[in-house]
Design a protein around this ligand. Structure first.
Ligand SMILES: [Zn+2]
Length: 285
Protein backbone atom coordinates (compact mmCIF):
# COMPACT_ATOMS: atom_id res chain seq x y z
CA UNK A 1 0.00 0.00 0.00
CA UNK A 2 1.04 3.61 -0.52
CA UNK A 3 1.64 4.30 3.16
CA UNK A 4 2.81 7.87 2.59
CA UNK A 5 -0.18 8.79 0.40
CA UNK A 6 -2.66 7.23 2.82
CA UNK A 7 -1.50 9.60 5.57
CA UNK A 8 -3.66 12.25 3.92
CA UNK A 9 -6.69 10.39 5.27
CA UNK A 10 -5.67 10.90 8.91
CA UNK A 11 -7.14 14.04 10.49
CA UNK A 12 -4.53 16.64 11.46
CA UNK A 13 -6.73 18.24 14.11
CA UNK A 14 -9.10 16.82 16.71
CA UNK A 15 -12.74 17.92 16.96
CA UNK A 16 -11.63 20.50 19.49
CA UNK A 17 -9.04 21.91 17.10
CA UNK A 18 -5.96 20.52 18.83
CA UNK A 19 -3.22 18.69 16.89
CA UNK A 20 -4.22 15.03 16.47
CA UNK A 21 -0.91 13.34 17.30
CA UNK A 22 -2.16 10.07 18.79
CA UNK A 23 -2.81 8.01 15.65
CA UNK A 24 0.41 9.15 13.91
CA UNK A 25 2.39 8.36 17.05
CA UNK A 26 0.93 4.85 17.18
CA UNK A 27 1.82 4.41 13.50
CA UNK A 28 5.42 5.52 14.12
CA UNK A 29 5.67 3.06 16.97
CA UNK A 30 4.32 0.29 14.72
CA UNK A 31 6.76 1.28 11.95
CA UNK A 32 9.53 0.87 14.52
CA UNK A 33 8.30 -2.67 15.23
CA UNK A 34 8.40 -3.43 11.50
CA UNK A 35 11.94 -2.06 11.35
CA UNK A 36 13.05 -4.38 14.15
CA UNK A 37 11.33 -7.43 12.67
CA UNK A 38 8.99 -7.69 15.66
CA UNK A 39 5.66 -9.48 15.08
CA UNK A 40 3.14 -7.44 13.14
CA UNK A 41 0.30 -7.99 15.63
CA UNK A 42 0.73 -7.36 19.35
CA UNK A 43 -1.50 -8.24 22.29
CA UNK A 44 -2.67 -5.08 24.04
CA UNK A 45 -1.53 -6.17 27.51
CA UNK A 46 1.94 -7.01 26.23
CA UNK A 47 2.51 -3.48 24.86
CA UNK A 48 0.28 -1.40 27.13
CA UNK A 49 3.03 -0.19 29.48
CA UNK A 50 5.35 0.68 26.62
CA UNK A 51 2.61 2.64 24.83
CA UNK A 52 1.49 4.43 28.00
CA UNK A 53 5.06 5.58 28.58
CA UNK A 54 5.42 6.69 24.99
CA UNK A 55 2.12 8.56 24.86
CA UNK A 56 2.80 10.36 28.13
CA UNK A 57 5.92 11.90 26.57
CA UNK A 58 3.89 13.53 23.81
CA UNK A 59 0.98 14.76 25.90
CA UNK A 60 0.63 18.52 25.70
CA UNK A 61 -1.11 20.64 28.36
CA UNK A 62 -4.85 20.49 27.76
CA UNK A 63 -4.75 17.31 25.68
CA UNK A 64 -7.62 14.98 26.37
CA UNK A 65 -7.50 11.44 24.99
CA UNK A 66 -3.81 11.01 25.69
CA UNK A 67 -4.28 7.40 26.72
CA UNK A 68 -3.27 4.93 23.99
CA UNK A 69 -6.01 2.34 24.58
CA UNK A 70 -8.75 4.00 22.56
CA UNK A 71 -6.32 4.75 19.72
CA UNK A 72 -5.19 1.13 19.61
CA UNK A 73 -8.84 0.35 18.74
CA UNK A 74 -9.81 3.47 16.80
CA UNK A 75 -6.88 3.24 14.39
CA UNK A 76 -8.57 0.15 12.90
CA UNK A 77 -10.98 2.57 11.21
CA UNK A 78 -8.06 3.69 8.99
CA UNK A 79 -6.52 1.65 6.14
CA UNK A 80 -3.32 1.14 8.22
CA UNK A 81 -4.46 -0.94 11.15
CA UNK A 82 -6.38 -4.02 12.16
CA UNK A 83 -7.54 -5.50 15.44
CA UNK A 84 -8.48 -9.04 16.38
CA UNK A 85 -12.06 -8.17 17.40
CA UNK A 86 -14.98 -6.90 15.33
CA UNK A 87 -15.52 -3.17 15.63
CA UNK A 88 -19.09 -3.71 16.83
CA UNK A 89 -17.80 -5.74 19.80
CA UNK A 90 -15.78 -2.83 21.18
CA UNK A 91 -17.33 -0.60 23.86
CA UNK A 92 -18.88 2.57 22.50
CA UNK A 93 -17.11 5.79 23.58
CA UNK A 94 -18.91 7.21 26.58
CA UNK A 95 -20.92 3.98 26.99
CA UNK A 96 -21.54 2.01 30.17
CA UNK A 97 -18.52 -0.28 29.75
CA UNK A 98 -15.10 1.28 30.46
CA UNK A 99 -12.72 0.82 27.60
CA UNK A 100 -9.66 0.21 29.80
CA UNK A 101 -11.51 -2.51 31.73
CA UNK A 102 -12.78 -4.12 28.56
CA UNK A 103 -9.29 -4.13 27.04
CA UNK A 104 -7.79 -5.74 30.13
CA UNK A 105 -10.46 -8.46 29.92
CA UNK A 106 -10.51 -8.98 26.15
CA UNK A 107 -6.78 -8.29 25.48
CA UNK A 108 -7.23 -7.60 21.76
CA UNK A 109 -4.38 -7.90 19.28
CA UNK A 110 -3.65 -4.91 17.08
CA UNK A 111 -1.14 -4.09 14.39
CA UNK A 112 -0.44 -2.75 10.95
CA UNK A 113 -2.21 -4.47 8.07
CA UNK A 114 0.18 -6.81 6.30
CA UNK A 115 0.82 -4.58 3.27
CA UNK A 116 1.58 -1.57 5.49
CA UNK A 117 3.87 -3.64 7.73
CA UNK A 118 5.90 -4.88 4.79
CA UNK A 119 6.12 -1.43 3.21
CA UNK A 120 7.25 0.10 6.50
CA UNK A 121 9.85 -2.60 7.07
CA UNK A 122 11.73 -0.99 4.18
CA UNK A 123 14.19 1.67 5.27
CA UNK A 124 13.50 3.98 2.34
CA UNK A 125 9.71 3.88 2.70
CA UNK A 126 9.91 4.25 6.48
CA UNK A 127 12.14 7.31 6.12
CA UNK A 128 9.66 9.06 3.82
CA UNK A 129 6.71 8.00 5.97
CA UNK A 130 8.30 9.25 9.19
CA UNK A 131 9.30 12.55 7.66
CA UNK A 132 5.78 13.10 6.37
CA UNK A 133 4.33 12.33 9.81
CA UNK A 134 6.80 14.69 11.47
CA UNK A 135 5.88 17.46 9.04
CA UNK A 136 2.10 17.02 9.19
CA UNK A 137 1.45 16.10 12.79
CA UNK A 138 4.39 17.09 14.95
CA UNK A 139 5.31 20.61 13.93
CA UNK A 140 7.59 22.00 16.58
CA UNK A 141 8.66 18.58 17.92
CA UNK A 142 12.13 17.20 17.36
CA UNK A 143 12.05 15.39 14.04
CA UNK A 144 15.20 13.50 15.02
CA UNK A 145 13.44 12.09 18.10
CA UNK A 146 10.48 10.95 16.02
CA UNK A 147 12.71 9.24 13.50
CA UNK A 148 14.63 7.48 16.24
CA UNK A 149 11.31 6.22 17.52
CA UNK A 150 10.55 4.75 14.11
CA UNK A 151 14.10 3.32 13.90
CA UNK A 152 14.88 5.49 10.92
CA UNK A 153 18.61 5.98 10.84
CA UNK A 154 18.94 9.21 8.92
CA UNK A 155 20.67 12.46 9.61
CA UNK A 156 17.91 14.99 9.97
CA UNK A 157 18.20 18.70 10.05
CA UNK A 158 15.83 21.50 9.24
CA UNK A 159 18.48 22.85 6.89
CA UNK A 160 17.35 22.40 3.26
CA UNK A 161 20.88 21.29 2.34
CA UNK A 162 20.70 18.33 4.74
CA UNK A 163 17.16 17.44 3.72
CA UNK A 164 18.29 17.27 0.11
CA UNK A 165 21.03 14.85 1.09
CA UNK A 166 18.45 12.68 2.81
CA UNK A 167 16.23 12.69 -0.27
CA UNK A 168 19.20 11.75 -2.46
CA UNK A 169 19.94 8.86 -0.14
CA UNK A 170 16.33 7.69 -0.22
CA UNK A 171 16.16 7.92 -4.01
CA UNK A 172 19.43 5.98 -4.31
CA UNK A 173 17.93 3.28 -2.14
CA UNK A 174 14.86 3.08 -4.38
CA UNK A 175 17.11 2.87 -7.48
CA UNK A 176 19.16 0.00 -6.02
CA UNK A 177 16.00 -1.91 -5.11
CA UNK A 178 14.29 -1.50 -8.46
CA UNK A 179 17.49 -2.38 -10.36
CA UNK A 180 17.76 -5.66 -8.45
CA UNK A 181 14.08 -6.53 -8.92
CA UNK A 182 14.23 -5.81 -12.64
CA UNK A 183 17.48 -7.70 -13.08
CA UNK A 184 15.71 -10.79 -11.72
CA UNK A 185 12.47 -10.07 -13.63
CA UNK A 186 10.75 -10.08 -10.20
CA UNK A 187 11.50 -13.78 -9.64
CA UNK A 188 12.43 -14.90 -6.14
CA UNK A 189 16.11 -15.86 -5.80
CA UNK A 190 15.19 -18.59 -3.31
CA UNK A 191 12.09 -20.33 -4.70
CA UNK A 192 11.90 -18.92 -8.23
CA UNK A 193 8.30 -17.81 -7.80
CA UNK A 194 7.17 -14.79 -9.79
CA UNK A 195 4.12 -13.37 -8.05
CA UNK A 196 1.67 -11.96 -10.59
CA UNK A 197 -0.71 -9.09 -9.88
CA UNK A 198 -3.70 -7.85 -11.91
CA UNK A 199 -2.66 -5.81 -14.93
CA UNK A 200 0.24 -8.12 -15.82
CA UNK A 201 2.60 -6.72 -13.18
CA UNK A 202 4.88 -9.03 -11.24
CA UNK A 203 5.68 -8.33 -7.60
CA UNK A 204 8.90 -8.97 -5.71
CA UNK A 205 10.59 -7.49 -2.67
CA UNK A 206 14.19 -6.67 -1.98
CA UNK A 207 16.01 -7.70 1.15
CA UNK A 208 19.22 -6.24 2.50
CA UNK A 209 21.48 -9.09 3.54
CA UNK A 210 23.24 -6.96 6.18
CA UNK A 211 20.66 -4.41 7.39
CA UNK A 212 21.16 -0.74 6.64
CA UNK A 213 21.47 1.69 9.49
CA UNK A 214 22.63 1.31 13.05
CA UNK A 215 23.85 -0.88 14.53
CA UNK A 216 24.77 -3.04 11.52
CA UNK A 217 25.49 -0.35 8.90
CA UNK A 218 25.15 -2.63 5.88
CA UNK A 219 25.70 -0.84 2.56
CA UNK A 220 22.85 0.24 0.31
CA UNK A 221 24.35 -1.57 -2.68
CA UNK A 222 23.24 -4.27 -5.11
CA UNK A 223 25.89 -6.66 -3.68
CA UNK A 224 24.03 -6.49 -0.36
CA UNK A 225 20.55 -6.91 -1.86
CA UNK A 226 18.45 -9.96 -2.79
CA UNK A 227 15.26 -10.17 -4.86
CA UNK A 228 12.76 -12.29 -2.89
CA UNK A 229 9.08 -13.19 -2.73
CA UNK A 230 7.28 -11.93 0.42
CA UNK A 231 7.45 -15.34 2.15
CA UNK A 232 11.15 -15.85 1.54
CA UNK A 233 11.82 -12.21 2.43
CA UNK A 234 10.31 -12.85 5.85
CA UNK A 235 12.17 -16.15 6.23
CA UNK A 236 15.47 -14.52 5.31
CA UNK A 237 14.99 -11.46 7.52
CA UNK A 238 14.09 -13.63 10.50
CA UNK A 239 16.88 -16.16 9.95
CA UNK A 240 14.67 -19.10 8.88
CA UNK A 241 16.84 -19.50 5.79
CA UNK A 242 20.59 -19.02 5.61
CA UNK A 243 22.80 -18.95 2.53
CA UNK A 244 26.25 -20.53 2.42
CA UNK A 245 29.24 -19.07 0.57
CA UNK A 246 28.63 -21.56 -2.28
CA UNK A 247 25.07 -20.12 -2.50
CA UNK A 248 23.39 -23.27 -1.22
CA UNK A 249 20.28 -22.42 0.81
CA UNK A 250 19.88 -23.94 4.29
CA UNK A 251 16.53 -24.29 6.05
CA UNK A 252 17.57 -23.15 9.55
CA UNK A 253 14.70 -25.07 11.17
CA UNK A 254 15.55 -28.49 9.72
CA UNK A 255 19.21 -27.82 8.90
CA UNK A 256 18.60 -29.28 5.43
CA UNK A 257 19.90 -27.93 2.14
CA UNK A 258 16.83 -26.79 0.18
CA UNK A 259 18.43 -25.63 -3.05
CA UNK A 260 20.70 -23.00 -4.45
CA UNK A 261 20.37 -19.22 -4.68
CA UNK A 262 19.29 -18.24 -8.19
CA UNK A 263 21.61 -15.77 -9.82
CA UNK A 264 21.56 -13.69 -13.00
CA UNK A 265 24.53 -12.23 -14.80
CA UNK A 266 25.40 -8.73 -13.66
CA UNK A 267 24.10 -9.12 -10.10
CA UNK A 268 26.70 -10.60 -7.82
CA UNK A 269 26.03 -11.06 -4.14
CA UNK A 270 28.96 -10.35 -1.80
CA UNK A 271 29.58 -13.55 0.16
CA UNK A 272 30.96 -11.71 3.20
CA UNK A 273 27.46 -10.27 3.76
CA UNK A 274 25.96 -13.77 3.53
CA UNK A 275 28.51 -14.90 6.12
CA UNK A 276 27.55 -11.98 8.36
CA UNK A 277 23.85 -12.97 8.06
CA UNK A 278 24.57 -16.64 8.90
CA UNK A 279 26.75 -15.75 11.86
CA UNK A 280 24.24 -13.24 13.18
CA UNK A 281 21.36 -15.71 13.21
CA UNK A 282 23.43 -18.68 14.37
CA UNK A 283 24.48 -16.58 17.37
CA UNK A 284 21.18 -14.85 18.08
CA UNK A 285 18.45 -17.45 17.68
ZN1 LIG B 1 10.46 -17.23 -2.74
Amino acid sequence: MDVVGELEKLPELTDSGRPAWQQPLLLLWAAGRAAQGLPRMALWLSVKDELNALFSQFRAPGDRSFSPDRWFIALAQTPFWEISVDADQTPAPGGSVSLSGWMAWRDPEGGLVSSAYHSLARDDVRALFSKEIAKRFFAGKSVADLLRLAHVDVEVSTEPRVQEALLRRVSRSIRVASWVRERHAHSCQVCGQRLMLPGGNAYAETAHIKPLGKPFNGPDAVENTLCLCPNDHTRFDRGAILIEDDLSIIDAITGKNIGELRTVSGHNVEVSYLAWHRDYFRNHV
